[in-house]
Design a protein around this ligand. Sequence first.
Ligand SMILES: *Cc1c(COP(=O)(O)O)cnc(C)c1O
Length: 384
Amino acid sequence: MSLERPVRIAYNRPHLTGREFTYIREAVDAGQLAGNGAFTRRCQGWLEAKLGCPQALLTHSCTGALEMAALLLDLQAGDEVIMPSFTFVSTANAFVLRGARPVFVDVRPDTLNIDERLIEAAITPRTKAIVPVHYAGVACEMDTIEAIARRHGVVVIEDAAQGLMAAYRGRPLGSIGHIAAISFHETKNVIAGEGGALVVNEARFTERAEILWEKGTNRSQFRRNEVDRYTWLDIGSSFLPGELTAAFLWAQLESAEEITARRLALWRQYHARAESLEALGVVRPTIPPYASHNAHLFYLLLPVAASRADVLDELNHQGVNAIFHYVPLHDSVGGLRYGRVASRMDVTDDVSRRLIRLPLWIGMSEDDVAEVVNCVANAVAKRI
Ligand SMILES: *Cc1c(COP(=O)(O)O)cnc(C)c1O
C-alpha cells in the first residue's frame, strides 16, 4: 500500500465573493425564509436580463429544472428524447421519470458534444425533444440542431447546467432552446451549494411553468394580486429553493462576469502550457469558432496507450487531485433498462475512457497550473 501524500492542489474549491453572508443576513432580517421572495426575484430578473428570456425560475437544482422541462412537454410512456450518452444521469432521468425513453447518440470528437450529424437518423414518430448538453460550457452546434427540430416539430431543451456566461454565435447558452436548465451546484462556476434555474424561452410554456413550480397552484398569480385566491390547477411539485439559497446565489450572480474572467485566465494558462504535452500524444480541448466558452472545466485526453487509472493514481499520489468524468449512460444498468442506442458510440466509448479533468478554481496561481501540467507530463511519460 502506498502512503498517499496530502492533496496539495484540490480539484475544486468553491469560490466565495465575500457578500454571501451579508445577503443571507438581509434575508433573515427581512423575515422571509421560504422561496419566491425578494432575492429569488432579483436572481430571476438577472437571469432574464442576461439571457434575454421571458421567464427564469429558480429551482433547487438543475435536475429539478430538467424535471420541470419534462413535465412541460406532457410526455407519454414510450415517447423518445434524443440526447448524448456522454452526460450526467439527470439529463436522462428527468425524462425517464415521465415514462419517456432516452435515445442516445454519439458525441463529436472535438467538443464531446452531441454529434448533430447523427441526430436526424435517430428521429422517429415518437421523438418529442432533443437535449443538447453544452459540455464544459462549450456550445453545441445549435443552428443545425434547431433546424432539425423545426423540420420534425420537436422541442429543444438545452442542458445548460455548465453553460452560464457562455455563448453560441453571440447568443447566450440557455437562451437558444425552447427551454433550458442551468445548475448552481457547488462544482459549477456560479454556485449556490445546490441550486438551478429553469429558463423558458417560449411564451406558450410560461404560465404553466409557474404553476408546476408552485406545487400545481396559481400562487404566483395570487402574490401578484392577479387573482383573489389561489387554488390547485395542475400537477406540480416543490421545485423552488428557499431565500437563504437565493441570497447566496445573488452574491454570486453579481460577480458572474468577474468569476468567468478569472476562470478563463486559468483555462488559457492551462491550454498554453499543455501544448508541451502534445508530443506525448495528449490532446487538448478544441473550442470551435462558433463557441465562446466559460472555462467551466479543463480536460485532457490521454494517449490510448497510457492507463488512465495509473495516470490518475500517480497524479493523486503527487497531491494533484485530477479526476475522470462521465461513465457513458448507454451501456450503464439504467441506460440498458430505460434507453435505446441510435448510433455508433465509438467516440463516447473512446473519450470517456481517456478523459481527465484537472484542478481549476479561483485562487489557483499560475505556478499551480504549471505544476499540474508538469505532473501530468511526468505521469504520462512514465505510463507510455
Ligand atoms: C451538474 C449537471 C447536472 C445536474 O445539476 P444539479 O444542479 O446538480 O442537479 C445536469 N446536467 C449536467 C450536464 C451537469 O453538468
